[in-house]
Ligand binder design. Structure first.
Ligand SMILES: Nc1ncnc2c1ncn2[C@@H]1O[C@H](COP(=O)(O)OP(=O)(O)OP(=O)(O)O)[C@@H](O)[C@H]1O
Ligand SMILES: [Mg+2]
Length: 257
């Protein structure tokens, strides 16, 4: 086992945390550093506290003592074992909500266009000027690339081409989890946290996800019980046992030997 140097450039550091639920000590003096391009697999027996660590990173839980430090510009996003997508909207709307700035510009354009219908004279001229500016703003955010990225991710996860215009409600629970995963991948958080991502995926979508993670611009931290998946994506394995995090350089097969 090779602990990494403590002074490398961490985007996230978990510093000596302690966490207890009732009489159960889940973490005790646990520390971990995550660098910008890391691909880390988190392994450990059922009920040892893997999900709890992710929840402490996202702030849904807090350690009893110790610190979880983020670089102030770093974002994190998590796919949990029971992730949900929004209901009552189309898949397209759910995907567009992964791009809040573009969504806002689009709303602005719609409001200005509506205003223009009833405006006259100077007011119309001003609305027209604002409308053309809002369209420029939207183009600057690359809506074409946004559409392409949405299409690429949905296709990769196995959605049919007509999925975009369907209500999210019309999909089964497993597919709604894929919708949640697609949205998270499109948001591209700096630290991507995936809790058992392969659970609701078929072999083809798993393969696509492996390729996507390989190219992912941020750090990826994955909880998985799938040796093959971990072998494909990770070059660091972190094992949780007895409240401690131990780090091993290499993929899952190398960790086992
Ligand atoms: N909010 C909570 N209140 C009390 N106990 C909790 C809470 N959340 C988790 N626990 C307990 O803490 C332990 C760790 O739970 P956690 O879900 O983090 O484990 P895990 O490693 O993700 O397990 P699995 O492999 O089954 O997903 C478990 O014993 C669980 O019952
Ligand atoms: Mg769990």
């Amino acid at each position: 086992m090779e602990p990494r140097s403590l002074n490398f450039d961490a985007v996230l550091s978990i510093d000596n945390i302690y966490k207890q639920y009732g009489a159960q000590i889940v973490y005790e003096n646990a520390s971990l550093f995550i660098g910008p391009g890391d691909r880390i697999g988190l392994v450990g027996a059922n009920g040892t506290g893997k999900t709890t660590l992710f929840r402490m990173i996202t702030g849904e839980e807090t350690p009893d003592s110790g610190k979880i430090r983020f670089d102030p510009h770093v974002s994190s996003g998590m796919l949990s074992q029971e992730s949900q997508c929004s209901l009552g909207i189309t898949v397209r709307e759910e995907m567009q909500s992964a791009f809040p700035e573009a969504d806002e510009a689009q709303n602005k354009i719609e409001n200005l266009a509506a205003k223009l219908e009833f405006a006259g004279g100077h007011e119309a001229k001003e609305a027209l000027r604002q409308l053309s500016q809002a369209q420029i703003d939207l183009e600057m955010q690359g809506t074409d690339t946004m559409e392409q990225r949405i299409g690429r991710v949905l296709h990769g996860l196995g959605f049919p081409t007509d999925a975009l215009d369907r209500l999210t409600d019309t999909f089964s629970g497993g597919w709604q989890m894929r919708i949640a995963m697609a949205k998270l991948l499109l948001r591209e958080p700096d630290v991507l946290l995936l809790d058992e991502p392969t659970n609701h995926l078929d072999a083809r979508a798993v393969k696509w996800l492996q390729g996507y993670i390989a190219e992912y611009p941020g750090a990826v931290f994955v909880i998985s019980h799938e040796p093959k998946f971990l072998d494909e994506i990770c070059y660091t394995i972190v094992e949780l046992e007895g409240g401690k995090l131990s780090e091993y350089t290499g993929n899952f097969s190398q960790y086992q030997h």
